[in-house]
Write a protein that binds this ligand. Structure first.
Ligand code: 3MF
Ligand code: MG
Length: 347
């Protein structure tokens, strides 16, 4: 590596939340959406990740004019606050038309809704100068396999990607894989699936992936190897660093909170590929514990960022020469002990 990367960090407004979960209501006072943006810079973040309706709330009921007026307000707000929009993601999992998915729904009118919502999302991305949209394909999957024709579903996803590329000559598509939740099985569960779609598309250079640590773990995979796969193809658009304690609901725990060594290996693979040197963000998709007092709760964001920075230091001080000697002698026992001691800061 030539120049040490100066990392910049991002998160989405949904990461400041009031603690509601499927079993109980919010437990902290409501914190207004519009006030979240003023917190970014003081917390050490300059990138904002958006859902389309984080930019334009209630967009399904607004005219194109109203949408573009609201989007330009947000663009001005970003400029005044020194913030950069990293991506806009169409929220295709909330509306009644997306109960059974959008692009892969069996209903032609639902698919038409999904496509029109995606076009609006791209327009919004352009209006705020975001160079990418993210496709987290939340409901593109099934609860029972017999519900959809899976082969047709894959063709429909690829067709949508090509339609997006044709609709806009510049926008990048970053696919965020996740194996399950809300569906039982999602059609794009791993970065391998996302990158296969990229290569099959009409413009592979504009289709990349966004890897979330917890999603890779839910697929039974190592996030650092998932990242390495994308990086080897120069297709890592962004990351959602967080953590996950075993195979259960998507936890969005603080980065490194469940598996420090796993977090170290993610940082190391990013460092070794100079991820970030072309402006890519370190995105954090972390959720505050429901039990946390205070309002607004933001410590999970700053703690995850601090942990990332500590692990960057651990990665830069990792004795690569020694590691290579251990590799040459195939002494992985010694390499493992060295790695653990290095992380613990003991000799
Ligand atoms: C779902 C997620 C989402 C997506 C976001 C962007 C809450 O498991 O991780 O974050 O990242 O909706 O598409
Ligand atoms: Mg995510």
């Amino acid at each position: 590596m030539t120049q040490p990367t100066n990392y910049r960090f991002s998160f989405g407004p949904w990461n400041i939340s009031e603690g509601g979960d499927p079993f109980g209501p919010e437990v902290r006072p409501a914190f207004p959406h519009e006030e979240k943006f003023a917190l970014y810079r003081p917390l050490g973040f300059e990138g904002v990740q958006f859902h389309d309706d984080d930019v334009v709330p209630g967009m399904d009921d607004l005219s194109p004019d109203q949408i573009s007026r609201k989007a330009s307000e947000v663009k001005t707000m970003l400029g005044n606050s020194g913030l950069i929009p990293e991506f806009v993601a169409p929220r295709l999992w909330f509306a009644s038309q997306t109960v059974d998915g959008g692009y892969t729904s069996n209903s032609a009118s639902d698919r038409a809704y999904a496509w029109s919502r995606t076009q609006k999302c791209i327009d919004i991305a352009n209006a705020i100068d975001s160079k990418a949209i993210v496709l987290w394909l939340a409901r593109e999957g099934t609860y029972i396999r017999e519900a959809k024709d899976a082969k047709l579903a894959y063709q429909r996803i690829l067709e949508t990607i090509n339609n997006i590329l044709a609709y806009d000559p510049k926008i990048e598509i970053w696919i965020e894989p996740k194996p399950n939740e809300p569906t039982d099985q999602a059609y794009v569960p791993t970065i391998g699936h996302a990158i296969a779609l990229a290569y099959a598309s009409s413009d592979p250079s504009r289709v990349k992936g966004l890897i979330e640590s917890a999603h890779a773990l839910l697929a039974g995979l190592d996030p650092s190897d998932e990242m390495a796969f994308a990086l080897a193809h120069d297709k890592l658009g962004s990351v959602h660093l967080n953590d996950q304690n075993g195979l259960k609901y998507d936890q969005d725990k603080n980065f490194g909170a469940a598996n420090l060594r796993g977090a170290f290996n993610q940082v190391r693979v990013l460092e070794q590929s100079s991820y970030g040197s072309r402006g890519e963000f370190i995105g954090l998709d972390v959720k505050a514990m429901r039990t946390q007092a205070g309002s607004p709760v933001t410590a999970h964001l700053t703690s995850s960022r601090e942990l990332f920075e500590i692990l960057v230091e651990k990665s830069r001080t990792f004795d690569e020469k020694l590691a290579h000697q251990f590799r040459d002698h195939r002494d992985y026992e010694a390499l493992e002990l060295y790695t653990l001691k290095h992380l613990l800061g003991t000799k």
